[in-house]
Design a binder for this molecule. Sequence first.
Ligand code: HEC
Ligand code: HEC
Ligand code: HEC
Ligand code: HEC
Length: 371
Amino acid sequence: MRSKNIRLEYISDQAKGGSADRFDGRRAVRASARDAFSRLFLCAGIWLFFALWASTGLAAEFRMDPAKVKGPEECAECHKETVKAWRLTHHSSTFKDMPRSEDARAIADKMGIKRIKSESDCLTCHFTVAMEEAAPAPIAGISCESCHGAGADWIDVHSDFGGKDVKAENETPEHKIQRLAASDAAGMIRPSNLYELAANCYSCHTVPNEKLVNVGGHAAGSKFELVRWTQGEVRHNVWYTDDNTEASLERRRMLYVMGKMLDYEYGLRGVAKATENAEYAKAMAMRAQRALAFLKKIDETVDSEQLSAIIEAGSSATLKLNNEAALIEAAGVVAEHARSFADGHDGSLLSGVDGMLPTPDKYKGEVYTPH
Ligand code: HEC
Ligand code: HEC
Ligand code: HEC
Ligand code: HEC
């Protein structure tokens, strides 16, 4: 099992062992060269790359190993309709629009960033980075692989039903089990892996970057809610069915509860990493508090061991600065139970939340209609 509890840290760990090493290190150093203290130590050797890298938040620069990113054009070879839907989203348009916006310039200036698309940690959340001519470069906005995992190791595996001439309907049950397991093992994040899939959203939308918020003046996340935000412009249920229907009632219940669990987890992690009593820490504490209140409300109508365990985990960790160990531990417990909740439920027993589900008029952005 890959451990991705602390998503951004995991990514840096992975990159350390991977082919992105050298380049990441160079970026980390270049960006922190403003800091005279760091500069002093630069020549101290390669180990420092990692020390700095871990402490500056630049560790999070690439979410995925750029050498393993295939890009949306490769997916389009088979998933044409999905790519059409995606092109109409902010996730796609941010590639062109964000760097040109005045708001972006203002943030970048405060962060001391010249070129938004090349030297900055705006890359982490706004762009997909892949290898181009031996160097990592942004190739798209937030794209397929930002949510489903870098594709190089699974793109062939997930679509092979057992040989060239075998169609989906002729695949043997054994082959299917093996194919899905192999895809997962190769880093594919399929819709059935709800915890991982949704954790991706929260790892960007909670904006877990203190400097970006406190110094750059970037929004400290939003009131991201998983049903509203998946069922609008982001919705692309066009592969197994043609009509991009909304997720089933059972699925929406799962999305709703999973979203609150993740909001809580990321709120706790956010406060854990906060170093000053300012906008970032406050927004993260507020996020955790709100999520916990929602979880308690859900707990009144839904019978779930995992939910109770999550609520209990929270009561043992105080939302304050300098409480990293306790908060990270609580977040870990929340993550563990959220995963187990995702694996153990299909939504059929969660009718208690039906009254809380956002209605279609609240869905974020326009739903794509296939034609
Ligand atoms: C050669 C054709 C092909 C390419 C290229 C391709 N896919 Fe697929 N994809 C498929 C097929 C076939 C399925 C259906 C698999 C099944 O029925 O289990 C599928 C299913 C999926 C699913 C749903 C899996 C599930 O468990 O329901 C996702 C997500 C997905 N692909 C993402 C991608 C992404 C992202 C890319 C690009 C990195 C990509 N695919 C490239 C053919 C392809
Ligand atoms: C940790 C993730 C993250 C990082 C890093 C990040 N952003 Fe964002 N940004 C977001 C998210 C998420 C939104 C959408 C806000 C929401 O949830 O509605 C956003 C929205 C924006 C917006 C408003 C929408 C738009 O496109 O006009 C601007 C401007 C922006 N970001 C600029 C930047 C700049 C410049 C940087 C680099 C200095 C940056 N961001 C780095 C996550 C991030
Ligand atoms: C913002 C994150 C995100 C992006 C970007 C994204 N997906 Fe998805 N994808 C999801 C989620 C979430 C689901 C599951 C929705 C559900 O089960 O309700 C999904 C479901 C799917 C499915 C199954 C659809 C079905 O008919 O049931 C396929 C195939 C897929 N995605 C392929 C892609 C491809 C190809 C791209 C790029 C063009 C892409 N996705 C971009 C999040 C994303
Ligand atoms: C790699 C980071 C990243 C991931 C993963 C991600 N997002 Fe986003 N998302 C962004 C950024 C950045 C923006 C703002 C883009 C812009 O407007 O410039 C955004 C914008 C959006 C918007 C449009 C918001 C608006 O104001 O209209 C929706 C809806 C959305 N995301 C939903 C999701 C959902 C649902 C998921 C998970 C299934 C997800 N996102 C995963 C970074 C991400």
